[in-house]
Design a protein around this ligand. Structure first.
Ligand code: AMP
Length: 658
């Protein structure tokens, strides 16, 4: 056997954030851009917040009173005795209160005239269709919750969900919440190493997986990724497989391991009631992993009371969701948007969720608009990447369909460039004279923080204003406010109920968010600028995290994966601008001694990252180098590589501080 070479640990310069030339140019462009889209009067009139300024003033002047009022949107099993405790970095909300999110998302509708109303309408990529009334959702969730209990899953146990956007994926999330188990959904496009590190970090007792997903007409198997990931993880007691049914020509699926069960076969048909676990307001609801700068995924922990109050309030106040709406979010349950605004927020409001598995331009660019017309979608949540992709196919597709019911499209996840914003305003909500609105938030803060409401003008290129309860500012690295029109770091001076409470297994990493800048403020990790009227624009990350098609990917994740390839000695990864995806990944590698740059090398490196982390993290370009730019003490300088690629002045490497 060949001798194992030690894996070099990459060491990089600290993520400082002087504004790059391109960020400064973006600020200058924004200052010149005079585009304003007035809020349609008919939409303003029916907005949930009749007067957002009064709402904001109430939240600023009497925050406890404000949030106590908003907490009435939620049914409590036991009332809370205190609204908030804040001693940075610790914050806690609705102390002493007890609730169960599924009582709010399901039971309270079942015991109303919404019992037989559609809670969930699901369409597969090939047109397969299923609808779940609130009554049926209650039975399915309770049945699976009882199943988990029978397998020994108890309050506080972790359950990994590696499933595509299917009713069974949503049911599994809710079943965990019913019994107080902490779910952690891993996007079903992530690779073996990404899945394994998440299962290990949260020490999951159970993994629930679908046997496959569909992508652009192809069946993509998921189960082999789980098999590979859990092979040596003996603390995983059960693997529950949702077998999606075989089609002509399919091999019948068989179980090989004693810890594997079929999703439906282990359920008891008549066990349709499961007592909801009363959860303390501050007990965890879920962990959702996101990328950071170290290559180790961060398990963001969201708790129960504050999360549900925040997502219910913003589902109404920001997304304008009512129980009469058909609401479609094109995201996936693997992301925070999927948690807050596919599942918990809209269900808490009693809306009908429409969702579809698959990409929004397959089998044709018509598909999204055809479905909007067929199901009468009123509200949509999507990503700027999707808008740019629809834009690249032209305006003919949406024009073919009746979109007159579609009154609001909310975009988040990455900067919404003015061209895409204006195109969507004209071509997607033009028929209804509706509105496209931008909003900013992140995995760590589970609902919108900055955004444009349908009661004030949209300014393309700018996200909007702080939403009620938010105290946001732009500051320099020492925490001093920068003047309006100048770029800096986006911070929040006050916590929000729907903000994370810790990083699973790594509280010091959580504390860093609150200590990076002096003064006990939360640093979001983004570069932003505020204009004189209080509108914020978010220009991109201030740390070494990329945003590819709205997905957050750490440069260090990709670098560590490349270093796990036997041919690679060193690697550095940067994000470069991409007209559709926002950013694309470029990697630089130095090969190990004696390795030749043969014709298969680059493909092998890309395949390796795809298997390890998943297709979204695969570099678009890989360049082989004999060395990488380093500081005097040997730290690799990514921003030097990026400046050269962007045609900007990279500065003098020899003078860079360590
Ligand atoms: P994630 O945690 O994966 O949802 O990614 C959150 C990050 O996406 C933020 O920190 C921002 O960098 C970026 N982001 C989210 N929404 C917006 C937006 N509306 N405009 C600009 N950037 C955004």
């Amino acid at each position: 056997m060949a001798e194992e070479l030690p894996i070099p640990v990459p060491s990089f310069e600290e993520a400082e954030a002087p504004l790059s030339e391109s960020q400064q140019a973006a600020i200058r462009r924004l200052q010149k851009d005079e585009n304003v889209i007035p809020a349609p009067i008919w939409l303003s009139r029916q907005a949930y917040l009749a007067n957002d300024a009064i709402e904001r003033a109430h939240a600023l002047e009497a925050p406890e009173d404000f949030w106590a009022e908003r907490a009435k949107l939620v049914d409590w099993i036991e009332p809370f005795t205190k609204v908030c405790e804040f001693d940075p970095p610790k914050h806690a909300w609705f102390l002493g209160g007890k609730l169960n999110v599924t009582v709010n998302c399901i039971d309270r509708h079942v015991y109303s005239d919404r019992r037989n109303k559609a809670a969930l309408i699901w369409v597969g990529e090939d047109g397969e269709e299923h609808a779940y009334t609130y009554g049926r959702l209650y039975r399915e969730v309770n049945r699976f919750a009882n199943t988990l209990k029978n397998l020994g899953v108890a309050k506080g146990d972790r359950v990994i969900i590696y499933m595509p956007l299917t009713p069974e994926g949503v049911i599994t999330m809710l079943a965990c919440a019913r019994i107080g188990a902490i779910h952690s959904v891993v996007y079903a496009g992530m690779g073996t190493q990404a899945l394994r590190s998440r299962i290990e970090d949260c020490h999951a007792k159970v993994v629930v997986v679908s046997d496959f997903t569909y992508r652009r007409g192809k069946k993509v198997p998921l189960k082999p990724t789980v098999d590979e990931a859990v092979r040596e993880l003996f603390f995983v007691e059960h693997i529950i497989v949702h077998r999606r049914g075989s089609r002509p020509g399919d091999e019948p699926y068989t179980f090989e391991s004693e810890r594997e069960h079929d999703f439906y076969d282990i359920q008891e048909a008549r066990a349709i009631h499961c007592e909801p676990e009363p959860m303390d307001s501050e007990e965890p609801l879920f962990i959702l992993y996101t990328s950071g700068t170290t290559g180790k995924p961060k398990g963001i922990v969201h708790t129960t009371g504050g999360y549900l109050v925040g997502t219910t309030y913003l589902a109404k106040a920001f997304f304008q969701i009512t129980e009469r709406d058909i609401y479609w979010s094109t995201s996936d349950i693997g992301w925070i948007v999927g948690h807050s605004f596919i599942v918990y927020g809209p269900l808490s409001c009693g809306a009908t969720i429409f969702c579809r598995e698959g990409v929004p331009d397959y089998p044709s660019p018509d598909v999204t608009w055809e479905l909007c017309e067929r199901f009468g979608v009123n509200l949509m949540f999507t990503a700027p990447t999707a808008v740019r992709m629809w834009m690249s196919h032209g305006a003919e597709a949406p024009a073919k369909f009746d979109l007159s019911r579609l009154r609001l499209i909310a975009c988040a996840g990455e900067p919404l460039n003015p061209e895409a914003h204006l195109w969507a305003q004209k071509n997607l909500v033009g028929q209804s004279h509706g509105m496209v609105v931008d909003n900013w938030w992140q995995t760590e803060i589970a609902a919108p923080v900055l955004g444009t409401l349908p009661t004030f003008d949209a300014r393309p290129g700018k996200v909007g204003k702080p939403l009620p309860g938010v105290v946001a500012e732009v500051v320099d690295a020492q925490g001093h406010p920068v003047a309006d029109g100048h770029g800096g770091l986006l911070i929040l001076r006050k916590p929000l109920p729907y903000m994370m409470r810790t990083v699973w297994n790594d509280h010091p990493r959580y504390e860093k968010y609150w200590s990076q800048i002096p003064g006990g403020v939360y640093t979001a990790g983004d570069i932003a600028v505020r204009d004189k009227d209080g509108y914020f624009a978010v220009l991109g990350r201030s740390d070494d995290v990329m945003n590819v098609a709205g997905h957050r990917i750490g440069t260090a994740d990709v670098e560590s994966s490349l270093i796990r390839h036997p041919a690679v000695a060193e690697s550095a990864v940067i994000g470069l601008p991409d007209p559709v995806k926002g950013e694309r990944i470029k990697a630089f590698v130095v090969l190990r001694p004696g390795i030749e740059k043969g014709p298969g090398l680059i493909a092998s490196l890309k395949d390796h990252v795809r298997q390890d982390l998943g297709p979204i993290a695969m570099p678009a370009d890989i360049e082989v180098r004999t060395s990488l730019p380093k500081t005097r003490s040997g730290k690799i300088v990514r921003r030097f590589l990026k400046a050269v690629e962007m045609g900007e002045d990279p500065g003098d490497l020899s003078t860079l501080a360590d």
